[in-house]
Design a protein around this ligand. Sequence first.
Ligand SMILES: *[C@@H]1O[C@H](CO)[C@@H](O)[C@H](O)[C@H]1NC(C)=O
Ligand SMILES: *[C@@H]1O[C@H](CO)[C@@H](O)[C@H](O)[C@H]1NC(C)=O
Ligand SMILES: *[C@@H]1O[C@H](CO)[C@@H](O)[C@H](O)[C@H]1NC(C)=O
Length: 242
Amino acid sequence: MMNKLYFLSFLVAAVSAQSGSGKTTRYWDCCKPSCSWSGKADVTSPVRTCNRQGTLLTNPNAVSGCDGGDSFTCTNMSPWAVDNNTAYGFAAVNISGGNEGSWCCQCYELSFTSGPVAGKKMIVQATNTGGDLGHNHFDIMMPGGGLGWFTHGCPAQFGSWNGGAQYGGVALVKGCQWRFDWFQGADNPSVNFKQVTCPTAITNVSGCTRRDAPKAQAPAQGQVSSSTQAPTPSKAPSSCGV
Ligand SMILES: *[C@@H]1O[C@H](CO)[C@@H](O)[C@H](O)[C@H]1NC(C)=O
Ligand SMILES: *[C@@H]1O[C@H](CO)[C@@H](O)[C@H](O)[C@H]1NC(C)=O
Ligand SMILES: *[C@@H]1O[C@H](CO)[C@@H](O)[C@H](O)[C@H]1NC(C)=O
């Protein structure tokens, strides 16, 4: 009986741990992320959202800015470099065999397997999903990425939209520079991925931790601030607004 129970719980753990190979795309649509609604998964609190002024909203039921409301993606959800080979960020995901109950606020370590970033790793927390995502698909949030940049969400948050600097502020410009610097302008690289415990540096930004998560990991590389450790941007493309 004990053996059988042990085996069963092992099987459940093995089945629920998500890993495999997958694809990436990039987006930043400014809309309220789906994991910001309450009741999506068993989490400490839904993913934070911000209003047009960048102030944190406390009401998880606030209507998305993309549906005429005042709830938008917070600009500090831009990706950032921890060191040359590690970055942190957020993504919309769709992973085989799962649903938002298993994805929301789960973290995944992505090991890039193609393009200029092959060999680098990025840990993303799932904050969103999307009907246009296929299986094992990570749509990584980065300012300037994807069609959403130009459509109604970002203009609703920031007013007329010229690429972000003027309206989105420093966090968006830095996130956009990350794309051409740490990420080397990679175009939808493929990945191997595995489920990992979220670093506190990530959950501190999202405000969301899964209740089934083991205790948070020690921050990578002693968490030296990105301003001292991240490589200096070599390019400041005009698409970043600077
Ligand atoms: C990061 O990469 C750049 C350019 O390849 C190099 O000059 C720098 O020393 C690296 N920094 C670290 C912390 O490895
Ligand atoms: C995930 O992707 C599959 C395949 O494209 C799709 O059938 C499914 O509806 C998606 N799930 C969600 C929650 O979007
Ligand atoms: C997370 O936030 C807590 C509370 O503000 C802070 O003490 C801690 O240093 C932060 N951790 C990281 C890794 O940023």
